[in-house]
Design a protein around this ligand. Structure first.
Ligand code: SF4
Ligand code: SF4
Length: 367
């Protein structure tokens, strides 16, 4: 949904289609940890005010930025209101009014100029590569680690490549790998993002890549959902690394050894539709999964909330930590941000929770 096409009439229709059932409020962890001060429903109601040209109070602006984009609200909305799209539109209007938080503007500028969130030199993006990894210069299968892994979780990228190598795949890297554009997309920078996505897709296509393997659920979701809307469907297939692991196991190309463990799984909000796949991979390792949350969306606290609202973000993370920490052999994650954020919050709050990424665990069972 693009904000320039949105009229007051359409905003009115969105607001009027809300039947005030409160389901979104129940589902939202930001609402829960703020005693319903910042709810999805109240975020929707701000749309009309913005479109009518009213100035928002600081607390109302905070409300619009207090969303992790987890999608738990819209997953339960009986009126099918795309609440995350409404939030993007509101953020786009705020950006046009010069009310976007400065840190978001900076991160979006870094993404546009340098292809990464932190403004680092992007030539370091593949600094996680070590000599033991088999990589090709010209394979038509490429691997994209994504920002979080490139910066903070090199082990996930290395384990992924080692697993692919064991399964007979020698991928190449993308020499000029860029951020998938997450913060641009989440903050409604539509026009800039269109060009950014076009340039990136065309660049990957120009390398002759037929399949792009990604380890980050956020990258996967943007390539699959937003890229076709912002530009077009890429000419290459995009595959989530854990799906490829599962396929290689099914084809008998990988044979994990059985591990006698019981774990719980921290699912990734943006690819809940794939939540059976990590469980299949764990089952092939003889690992039992203790289900703790009815497999509903259970947000970790989110990259968009942490920088400006660290306490609220940590409180959301504590739901996971308190619910999952007693699982006998810890928590398995398949999202690098969940992993980094939950680990950080455990340190901050002096809590212990054994956590492991699924790629590291699978590699262990293949060794
Ligand atoms: S996307 Fe998640 S955090 Fe944002 S309003 Fe919806 S449920 Fe709350
Ligand atoms: S779940 Fe949908 S219909 Fe119900 S209150 Fe929230 S936005 Fe309105």
């Amino acid at each position: 949904m693009e904000n320039e096409a949105l009229t007051e009439e359409m905003a009115k229709n969105i607001i009027e289609s809300c039947i005030d059932c409160g389901e979104c409020i129940e589902a939202c962890y930001i609402a829960k940890v703020t005693d319903n001060k910042y709810t999805p429903k109240s975020k929707i109601m701000l749309l009309q005010k913005l479109l009518e040209g009213h100035e928002l109070e600081q607390e109302e602006i905070d409300n619009i930025y207090l969303s992790t984009g987890c999608g738990a609200c819209e997953a339960v909305c009986p009126a099918d209101i795309s609440i995350t799209d409404v939030i993007k539109i509101e953020r786009a209007i705020l950006a046009q009014q010069g009310k976007e938080p400065a840190w978001i503007t900076q991160v979006c500028t870094n993404t546009m100029k340098l292809g990464n969130l932190g403004g680092e030199d992007s030539s370091n993006k593949n600094s996680w590569v070590t000599d033991e990894l088999e990589l090709s210069d010209n394979s038509d299968v490429a691997y994209m680690a994504g920002c979080w892994i490139s910066v903070a979780k090199h082990d996930i990228a290395r384990s992924t490549i080692k697993i692919l190598n064991k399964g007979g795949i020698v991928p190449r890297l993308i020499p000029k790998e860029k951020c998938c554009g997450h913060m641009l997309i989440a903050n409604g920078h539509i026009q800039e993002t269109k060009q950014y996505v076009k340039d990136y897709v065309e660049y990957i296509e120009s390398l002759g890549i037929k399949k792009l393997v990604v380890s980050c659920p956020g990258c996967y979701s943007h390539f699959m959902k937003e890229y076709p809307e912002l530009f077009r469907k890429p000419d290459f297939e995009v595959e989530f690394s854990v799906s490829l692991f599962s396929q290689l196991i099914e084809e008998g190309k990988l044979s994990p050894k059985k591990m006698n463990k019981t774990v719980s799984v921290k699912d990734a909000c943006v690819i809940m539709q794939k939540s059976d796949i990590p469980r299949k991979v764990l089952s092939s390792m003889g690992i039992e999964v203790k289900e703790l949350t009815d497999r509903n969306i259970f947000c970790c606290g989110g990259p968009e909330v942490k920088p400006a609202f660290p306490e609220i973000s940590s409180k959301v993370a504590m739901f996971t930590i308190d619910n999952f920490k007693e699982t006998p052999d810890g928590v398995v994650s398949y999202c690098p941000f969940c992993y980094v954020h939950l680990e950080d919050v455990c340190k901050e709050k002096d809590k212990e929770m054994a956590m492991q990424d699924i790629s590291n665990l699978l590699l262990e069972s293949l060794s």
